[in-house]
Every structure is written in structure tokens, then in C-alpha cells.
Design a protein around this ligand. Structure first.
Ligand SMILES: NC(=O)c1ccc[n+]([C@@H]2O[C@H](COP(=O)([O-])OP(=O)(O)OC[C@H]3O[C@@H](n4cnc5c(N)ncnc54)[C@H](OP(=O)(O)O)[C@@H]3O)[C@@H](O)[C@H]2O)c1
Length: 511
């Protein structure tokens, strides 16, 4: 964007955060994929940013028979090669501990309690424990119940106990309610951190700053000026090694009640009265409750599902979903979903929200499009060249994070020709690129007790309430012609028709 900026100086940016208070973090599933690819690298980035307290310990729990040294060597292997041997690495490695255990075994938790008490003494972690459940969802309720039984969830005066729960949170509304009920037998709501790593992305958090810290957008953020909203989450990857897990879930369960609903609620919510966790989450929950539930007829007309067949991305040939490892050859699981939703409130009545998400699409791309209405009168329609345009605000979340706005402008020359131009802002150009995983801010927030970016019970259940009727109808009416899109394309043609019926189209995502 060609504009002068008042960004914080480097010094101000460095001072942006201070280290969290003393705590011990326990990772259940410390040898798993999530720990390896996300949690350890994110924690280490926090260490380098000096946001992890001096009085810190990480205790890994897993089934593997590892000595403390072997665990430290394993964790070192999860870090970038250039960081191994650094001062930050030494600091981090000294604080790593390991406990071999079985999630279902009472003695594991007794042992854990005495290890944590010892760390309180040796590392001065102050009785503050952050339990991260990086485990298969079937263990969530059981681990929480065991933490309660071992007296590890009880917050005594001056210390805290928090539990981070990974996604997926339930398979449908009923199972999500059951899980909520089970964990709330042991934990208070403010001890529960239901994580959705999308919310750790800068742009997602910036949606709130953009909307509520700029006076110019909020007055036009409504049905008077906005024609519709599109939310796209496109992945080029297939199911990789997780075919067995994904086939039981499908794209609707995997992406919509959590990621997509979070993006929708941040885009559509009213201004919170403060930036406190519950003030923000109250508004998010309110707008989710205002989304019109889909009845059976709506499911048939306002939803699209797809499954990829063989195809290609560039020169690379790609297998179809049914040929992926772990996927049954007759699978009817969807790898693509598109929805049209309406929000029943004064701000959004009559403004459709179109959502689409899928695997093996043409580009990796996540964005929110605010499509503004046309001008009420086309003054320049008789100009010799007049390209019809409307103002589009693009909030791009990945891969490049940024915001752009298109508007009409006169094309230079003697004739009055009108075209569309773009004003755009890219995070990386202004703030530099950081090799962040998205988990950094979320882990730090757990340590300092800020739950703003985590889903509350009512938000999770509101998300599932919207998805449940779709699951029911889709189950009753199996897909007739799967696979219905080739890998490496933009999904089934019905997704385009969903918008064309409303005389709209998905924004073309350029290479
Ligand atoms: N991986 C990702 O990118 C990703 C992304 C988003 C969300 N998630 C969520 O994060 C969670 C963890 O996923 P993941 O991919 O890391 O799973 P994973 O690779 O299967 O890791 C699970 C870990 O738990 C251990 N374990 C399993 N059963 C155990 C038991 N009874 N007692 C003690 N240890 C046991 C496993 O040890 P063994 O290996 O020895 O069995 C492994 O270390 C899941 O809820 C997943 O949905 C993952």
C-alpha cells in the first residue's frame, strides 16, 4: 500500500510482550506428530522470543520407553538444525523432562503428581500446570477425569491449572455435549482451552483490529453496503498419512464447526464491549446462534459436497481420494464442502455467507471476501470502456497474510475509461516474515490465562448445531456420483452453481 505508516519501532515491537509467569507444561502425546511438527517448534520460538518464564519445565508423557536424555535428543530432532547447540536450545533442553505412562493408568497420574511437585521445588514452577492433550480425541475425557482423580486439576489459592484440548471436539452435537459434560465434571470453563490453531494466525486476530480499531469500516459493515461474504479455505494436500482418521470425519466435521465458524463469527460479530475473553466470545457465540439453521430442504439446495478423483497439480499426477492409504475404495466421505448460510439479525439479514473448504484443490489459499454492493446508479456506464466492478475487500489468511481492497479508477488517457485497481497490504512486507507455526500465540495465551482465542462450550455447541442437520441429511441421502471433482481443480461444478443461482460467483484466486 502506498502510504506512510506509523508502525511500532523495533524497540517497541521487542517490548510487545513479557514472559509468562512460572509454570510447568505437560504434553500428553509427547512423541506424536503434533508435538513434533507444531508444539515443540512453537514453544522454542517462544523461548527465543523470551516469552517463556525462567521458572519453566516441560514434562512429556507418552507410551514410549525413553530416558530423559533420549527424550531431550528426540526433541532436539524436532528443532531446526541451525538452532541446535544455540544458547536458547541449551536453555530449553535443560527444562525438558519425560514420564513414560499410559493415559488410562491411574499410576501414571500418581507418578505425574509427584514429578510435578518435584519440578515445583527444583524449577520453582509454582504449582501452575498447563496440561496439553496432544492425543487422539478418545482420550480427552479419560485424561481429564484422571487429572481430577489425582487432584491435579484443583486450583489452590495462588496457583492455576489449565487444560488444552485439541480438535476435533466431538463428532456431532451430541458427542460434543457429552464431552463438554464430562470435562466440566472436573474443570471450570475458565480452565478449559479448546484450541483451533487457525486462530493463532495474525490475520485472523487482525480481523478484529481491522474492524474495531478503524472508524471507516464499521459503518459500512452491514446489509446496506455488503452484497455477500465468501469464506474459502482451500488446501492442495490430500489426506497424507491421516486417511483412516479423515475418512471417519470428512471435510464438514473437520473444518466447518471449528475453523470456518470461527472465521464467520469474527467477520460477522458485533463489537465487543472490551477485548476481554468473555466479552469477545459472547459476541461470537451470539452471532453463531443467529445463523439460520438449515432444514432438510435447505440442505439439498444450500449445501454441496464433493470428493476428489485422480487429477494433477502442475506436472504432478495425483491419486484420487479412494486410492489414498487408509481410505476404503468405496468411501463416500466428502473432501469438499460448500454452504450458503444466512444470519438472522439486523446487520446481516439478506446477506448470504458462502463457505467452501476442500482438499486437493488448485491452490493453498484461505481468504475472506467482503463483496460490496454496486453503486445505486452507474454514472460511467456509457464510457467507451467500462469494466463493471464492485468493491471487494479481501482478507487473506494464508499462505500470504494481508488485506486488499479493489475499487474503480480512471485508466489514464484521453478517453474516459474505467477499470478496477487494487490497494493492498501484505504482512510480510511491513513486518517481515516469521517462521511461526500459529501455535506460538496460543501457547503463550494459555500460559498467561487469556482465553480470547479459544472456543467456549456455547461456541462449540453452536457450531455443531449448524452442522448436525447437514450430517443427518447427507447420511440419509448418500452422494450419487463421487468422485465428482478432479484433484487439482476448484471442486465440483455444483459449488459454482450454488453461487450462479444467486447471480454471483466465487472470486477467482489467481496463481
Ligand atoms: N498432527 C497434526 O498436525 C494435528 C493437527 C491438528 C490437530 N491435531 C490433533 O492433535 C491430537 C494429536 O494428534 P497427533 O497427530 O499428534 O497424534 P499421534 O501422532 O497419534 O500422537 C499421539 C501420541 O500419543 C501416544 N499415545 C497413544 N496412546 C497412548 C496411551 N494409551 N498412553 C500413552 N501414550 C499414548 C502415542 O504414542 P505411540 O506413537 O507410541 O502410540 C503418540 O505419541 C489429535 O487430537 C489430533 O486430532 C493434530
Amino acid at each position: 500500500m502506498n502510504t506512510s505508516t506509523t508502525l511500532p519501532s523495533e524497540n517497541e515491537q521487542d517490548q510487545a510482550g513479557e514472559a509468562a509467569g512460572p509454570c510447568a507444561m505437560v504434553i500428553f502425546g509427547a512423541a506424536g506428530d503434533l508435538t513434533k511438527r507444531k508444539l515443540v517448534p512453537a514453544l522454542f520460538n517462544l523461548v527465543k522470543a523470551k516469552l517463556v518464564p525462567q521458572e519453566f519445565a516441560l514434562l512429556g508423557v507418552s507410551a514410549d520407553d525413553l530416558s530423559q536424555e533420549a527424550f531431550r535428543a528426540q526433541v532436539t530432532g524436532f528443532l531446526p538444525a541451525e538452532d541446535r547447540g544455540s544458547e536458547a536450545w541449551r536453555w530449553f533442553i535443560e527444562r525438558l523432562h519425560y514420564e513414560r505412562g499410559n493415559f488410562g493408568d491411574v499410576t501414571t497420574y500418581q507418578e505425574l503428581a509427584s514429578r510435578l511437585a518435584e519440578l515445583d521445588r527444583t524449577q520453582r514452577t509454582g504449582g501452575n500446570y498447563l496440561f496439553y492433550l496432544a492425543t487422539a480425541p478418545k482420550f480427552f475425557a479419560a485424561i481429564v477425569q484422571q487429572l481430577g482423580a489425582a487432584n491435579l486439576s484443583w486450583q489452590q489459592a495462588g496457583s492455576w491449572r489449565r487444560v488444552v484440548i485439541e480438535k476435533p471436539f466431538g463428532q456431532d452435537l451430541e458427542s460434543a455435549r457429552t464431552l463438554n459434560r464430562d470435562i466440566k465434571r472436573v474443570l471450570e470453563e475458565d480452565q478449559i482451552y479448546r484450541i483451533d490453531h487457525y486462530l493463532g494466525k495474525e490475520t485472523v486476530q487482525n480481523i478484529m483490529v481491522f474492524r474495531f480499531d478503524n472508524a471507516i469500516f464499521e459503518p459500512i459493515w452491514n446489509r446496506r453496503y455488503i452484497d455477500h461474504v465468501q469464506i474459502t479455505n482451500a488446501e492442495t494436500v490430500g489426506v497424507e498419512t491421516r486417511g483412516g482418521y479423515f475418512d471417519l470425519a470428512g471435510s464438514l466435521r473437520d473444518m466447518v464447526p471449528n475453523h470456518m465458524m470461527q472465521l464467520l463469527s469474527l467477520t460477522a460479530m458485533e463489537s465487543p464491549v472490551s477485548f476481554q475473553a468473555d466479552a469477545v466470545r459472547n459476541e461470537q457465540a451470539k452471532v453463531l446462534r443467529a445463523v439460520q439453521p438449515l432444514d432438510s430442504e435447505d440442505v439439498l439446495t444450500s449445501t454441496v459436497r464433493g470428493q476428489y478423483g485422480p487429477g494433477a497439480l502442475g506436472k504432478e499426477s495425483l491419486a484420487g481420494y479412494r486410492q489414498e492409504p487408509g481410505v476404503p475404495p468405496e468411501s463416500r466421505t466428502e473432501t469438499f464442502v460448500a454452504l450458503r448460510l444466512n444470519i438472522d439479525n439486523w446487520r446481516w439479514a439478506g446477506v448470504p455467507f458462502y463457505l467452501r473448504t476442500g482438499k486437493r484443490l488448485a491452490r493453498r489459499h484461505t481468504e475472506i471476501i467482503i463483496q460490496f454492493k454496486r453503486t445505486p446508479f452507474e454514472l460511467f456506464r456509457n464510457a467507451p470502456f467500462h469494466k463493471l466492478h464492485t468493491n471487494t475487500l479481501v482478507i487473506q489468511i494464508q499462505p500470504a497474510e494481508g488485506i486488499s481492497l479493489s475499487f474503480g479508477a480512471k485508466i489514464p488517457g484521453a478517453l474516459l475509461r474505467v477499470g478496477s485497481v487494487n490497494m493492498s497490504f501484505e504482512y510480510s512486507r511491513y513486518f517481515g516474515t516469521e517462521a511461526y507455526t500459529g501455535y506460538e500465540v496460543l501457547l503463550y495465551d494459555c500460559m498467561i490465562g487469556d482465553a480470547t482465542l479459544f472456543q467456549r462450550t456455547d461456541m462449540v455447541e453452536a457450531g455443531w448445531s449448524l452442522v448436525d442437520p447437514v450430517l443427518d441429511v447427507w447420511k440419509a441421502v448418500p452422494p450419487r456420483r463421487f468422485p465428482n471433482y478432479a484433484a487439482g481443480t476448484w471442486g465440483p461444478k455444483e459449488a459454482g452453481e450454488l453461487l450462479r443461482r444467486d447471480e454471483r460467483e466465487w472470486r477467482t484466486i489467481e496463481p
